[in-house]
Design a protein around this ligand. Structure first.
Ligand code: HEC
Length: 205
C-alpha cells in the first residue's frame, strides 16, 4: 500500500513537472533568445549600450582593442605593408609582386632617360619631339604651379600626369600610348618633374 502511495506521488510529481516545458517557447524562457525583450536579452549585442558591450569592437579604446589593426605599433603589425623592411641590395621586397623588371636605382637615372625620350623625334610618327613644343617650358603652364590631376584645356578634362603624357603621345606626337607600368612612362614623368624643378630654380631669382 505504501508503495502504491509512493508511485502515485511520483506520477503526480512527474505530471506537475511536465508543465515546465509549457513555457519552453514562451517569453520567459531564458534559453530562447527571442523570448525576452530585446533590450534585456544579454545575448543580443544590440541590447547593451555600445560602450558596455564587450562584443562591440567599438567599445574598447582603439589602442586596447586587439582586433584593431591600428592598435599595434605600425612596425609590429604584420598586416601593415609599411612594416616590411626592404632588403638592401635586392630589387623591391622579396615576396612582393613587381610591376615590371627593375628599371632604375634612383630618380636621376629615370629623369636622364626621360630627357632622351622628351627630345626624341622618332618617339611618335609626326616627326617632332615633346621638346619641339615644350622647349623653354612652353605650353606647360608651369607658372600656375599646379599638381596633377588638373584640368587641361586641350584635353577638355581632368587628367593625371601619366594620362597627359599619353594624350600628347597619341595626338600631337601621333604615336602609341605608353604602358602604365612601363619604365618609359616613369621616365617621362620623372623628366617632367626634373624640368619643373629646373623651371622653379630659373624663376626664383
Ligand atoms: C605639337 C605640339 C606638342 C607636342 C609635340 C607635345 N605637346 Fe604636350 N602639349 C601641347 C599642347 C598644345 C598642350 C596643352 C596646352 C593647354 O591646353 O593648356 C600640351 C600639354 C601638355 C602637358 C600638360 C601641361 C599642363 O597644363 O599641365 C604635358 C605634361 C605635356 N603636354 C607633355 C607632353 C609630352 C610628354 C610630349 C611628348 C610625348 C608632348 N607633350 C608633346 C602640345 C604638344
Amino acid at each position: 500500500m505504501k508503495q502504491i502511495t509512493m508511485l502515485a506521488v511520483a506520477i503526480l510529481l512527474a505530471m506537475g513537472l511536465s508543465a515546465a516545458p509549457a513555457f519552453a517557447g514562451s517569453d520567459m524562457n531564458p534559453c530562447n533568445p527571442c523570448a525576452m525583450k530585446q533590450k534585456i536579452n544579454p545575448c543580443n549585442p544590440c541590447s547593451m549600450k555600445k560602450k558596455m558591450n564587450p562584443c562591440n569592437p567599438c567599445s574598447m579604446k582603439k589602442s586596447m582593442n586587439p582586433c584593431n589593426p591600428c592598435s599595434m605599433k605600425k612596425s609590429m603589425n604584420p598586416c601593415n605593408p609599411c612594416s616590411m623592411k626592404p632588403v638592401k641590395g635586392q630589387w623591391g621586397t622579396p615576396g612582393n609582386q613587381s610591376i615590371r623588371p627593375h628599371a632604375f636605382d634612383n630618380f636621376q637615372q629615370a629623369a636622364a632617360y626621360g630627357k632622351k625620350l622628351w627630345s626624341d623625334e622618332k618617339l611618335g610618327t609626326s616627326g617632332v619631339a615633346c621638346l619641339s613644343c615644350h622647349g623653354d617650358y612652353e605650353l606647360l603652364h608651369l607658372k600656375r604651379n599646379q599638381n596633377f590631376p588638373h584640368f587641361v584645356k586641350m584635353v577638355g578634362d581632368v587628367v593625371t600626369l601619366d594620362q597627359m603624357i599619353n594624350y600628347c603621345m597619341l595626338n600631337p606626337m601621333k604615336g602609341k600610348a605608353f604602358d602604365k607600368d612601363s619604365k618609359e612612362l616613369t621616365a617621362m614623368a620623372a623628366y617632367y618633374r626634373a624640368y619643373r624643378m629646373q623651371y622653379r630654380k630659373d624663376h626664383s631669382k
